[in-house]
Design a protein around this ligand. Structure first.
Ligand code: C2E
Ligand code: CA
Ligand code: CA
Ligand code: CA
Length: 279
């Protein structure tokens, strides 16, 4: 919250100062946090909305900070991006996914795990080569790892992003267009990115009811478009049974959300009801 004073000098409130101070402290401790392994993946299942089987997981970053407790990615991802640590964090998470894959496959079968790529990483050719190299030198099956990228790429980064997405695809990764519907992409743009999945943003699911014609129309448009261009559709942020049913009625076959499960550590998911879904 920033207040405009009468003589137009921008005043920072106490909260702004505290926040800036905390951000600086947090940013300063990112390198040690990476070294000490304080970042981990929380996995959130994606389900087949018809059978309710687990068909994949999204890996979401968490920071288990020794003094501040668990910090959400909404807070630390921008700090990592602004301080040049986002690539290191992404590689750290990729390695954790590679480590966890065999266990996940033992329990849930040959499901896919998706990782989120920052737009900054996506336009960094060297990083993308490193990412592919790390995955290829492990025994992991790249075909089981998907990449979530936001639709909102800046126009100047577009050629570079398209080039890198093609390299990732060639290496076996599937591409998921995240936050779909929130950007301004034209169809041709989306096609060139080579995505196999689109993920409808939570904004369009949140208020979904049988009477909400606007959001229903958006879902219908995405489904129609996706059939035409051969994308699979995932809906995120499903919190209610009724939303899952509405989506299924509209032809959305894959869903993710608190209604099914919250993102959690693998060790905790293993002890949960999700186990029984695929057996
Ligand atoms: P996103 O990629 O759109 O991820 C979905 C967010 O929605 C996650 O928040 C997830 O926990 C939350 N969510 C899932 N189901 C529900 C639901 O039913 N209701 C509600 N209200 N929320 C739900 P999270 O984990 O806090 O992540 C926030 C954002 O941070 C992500 O949005 C993504 O943009 C970014 N992020 C997370 N992990 C990473 C990462 O490893 N790398 C990068 N570059 N970004 C990441
Ligand atoms: Ca995502
Ligand atoms: Ca695959
Ligand atoms: Ca989203």
């Amino acid at each position: 919250a920033r207040s405009q004073s009468r003589n137009t000098i921008v005043e920072f409130t106490h909260d702004d100062v505290e926040r800036a101070w905390a951000d600086q402290t947090l940013t300063g401790s990112i390198p040690t946090a990476l070294e000490k392994g304080e970042f981990y993946c929380a996995y959130q299942p994606q389900l087949n909305l018809i059978t309710r089987e687990v068909i994949g997981f999204e890996a979401l970053a968490r920071w288990d900070h020794p003094t501040f407790g668990t910090i959400s990615p909404g807070r630390f991802i921008p700090l990592c991006e602004n301080s040049g640590h986002i690539n290191a964090l992404t590689l750290d998470l990729l390695k954790q996914i590679i480590r966890d894959l065999p266990k996940i496959h033992d329990i849930w079968g040959e499901v896919d795990i998706s990782i989120n790529l920052s737009p900054l990483s996506l336009v960094d050719d060297e990083f993308i080569q490193e990412f592919i190299r790390v995955a290829q030198t492990s025994r992991a099956d790249n075909d089981k790892i998907s990449i979530e990228v936001v639709e909102n790429l800046s126009i100047d980064g577009y050629d570079s992003a398209a080039h890198n997405l093609n390299a990732l695809k060639a290496a076996g990764f599937d591409i998921i267009l995240d936050d779909f519907g929130t950007g301004y992409s034209s169809l041709s743009y989306i096609r060139k990115l080579g995505a196999s999945f689109v993920k409808i943003d939570r904004d369009f699911i949140m208020n979904l009811t049988p009477d909400n014609q606007d959001d229903l129309e958006i879902i219908r448009a995405v489904v129609t478009l996706s059939r035409q261009f051969d994308f699979k559709v995932i809906a995120e942020g499903i919190e209610k049974q009724a939303q899952a049913e509405l989506l299924l009625n509209e032809g959305v076959l894959i869903g993710q959300g608190y209604f099914f499960a919250r993102p959690d550590r693998l060790s905790r998911l293993i002890g949960s009801h999700l186990i029984s879904c695929n057996t």
